[in-house]
Design a protein around this ligand. Structure first.
Ligand code: FPP
Length: 247
């Protein structure tokens, strides 16, 4: 992995966020249990992490488990937890060897103590790595994030009232405040929804929807999404002429 050689191409998104959808359908098409789709999904995660490192993406945030996913059948939730634990045990040293910093965002208090301990260990081990930052969103919801940010802001400013709160202030308390905001959101699996993912942070993200099911997503799929991103004009509320005059 060329993770230490960040390319200088300004058109590479700094931060890609991905809603990994379609594991269950991938398995169903093959008359396999849903869990096999999730297992194959881990291989897709590895491919995408590698490719993002190669092309110089700074941050990659993957939606692994939403606050709503607890409503799935107990057996599937347990298997997903087992997969998460297994990935933490097996893959973290490889991430570390490749200079990847791992972070987990979301309310981790709902996870088993064993998973929480592995998350902390992995974050500590990789904290100083300087190539790609891989954020795993687990028991994460965008609305939860905004509420936790307001609470954290209030705790840090006990003498101030909500009337003093600004967008810029609150931006410092949402998850991933230390990283560039996501500039490209990819969702696989054919659905075209944001599903309560990073709703504050993605206010100006370009959206890219792919019909590919997550276990099929690969290096070429990432390249295609990035090419689509590069073909777009990002105006941030300005006119096309204003944007052109800045070049
Ligand atoms: C969505 O597919 C996928 C998930 C809810 C879980 C994603 C988990 C993984 C890719 C594996 C674990 C990841 C890490 C980082 C260890 P779905 O089940 O909603 O698919 P469907 O829409 O076809 O039913």
């Amino acid at each position: 992995m060329l993770l230490s050689q960040r390319q200088t191409n300004p058109n590479i998104p700094k931060h890609i966020a991905i809603i990994m959808d379609g594991n269950g359908r991938w398995a169903k098409q093959r008359f396999l249990p849903r869990f096999v789709g999730h297992q194959k999904g881990v291989n897709a995660v590895k491919r995408v992490v590698k490719r993002c490192g190669e092309i110089g993406v700074e941050s990659l945030t993957l939606f692994a488990f939403s606050t709503e996913n607890w409503k799935r059948p107990e057996e599937e939730v347990n298997k997903l937890m087992g997969l998460f634990l297994m990935a933490l045990q097996k893959e973290v040293s490889k991430l570390n060897d490749n200079n990847v910093r791992l972070r987990v965002i979301g309310d981790r208090s709902a996870f088993s103590e064993e998973i929480q301990a592995h998350i902390e260990k992995a974050e500590t081990l990789t904290a100083k790595n300087t190539a790609l930052t891989l954020n795993i969103a687990a028991n994460y919801g965008g609305r939860w994030d905004i509420v936790q940010a307001v609470k954290a802001w209030q705790a840090a400013h006990p003498d101030q009232s909500a009337a003093d709160l600004t967008e810029a202030e609150l931006s410092q308390y949402v998850c991933l405040a230390d990283q560039a905001v996501p500039d490209l959101l990819i969702r696989t699996g054919g659905e075209q929804r944001v599903s309560n993912f990073l709703i504050w942070q993605m206010a100006y993200a370009e959206l890219y929807f792919s019909d590919e099911l997550w276990p099929d997503f690969n290096e070429a799929s990432i390249d295609q999404a990035v090419a689509s991103f590069q073909s777009r004009e990002r105006r941030f509320g300005k006119t096309s002429e204003q944007v052109a005059s800045l070049c």
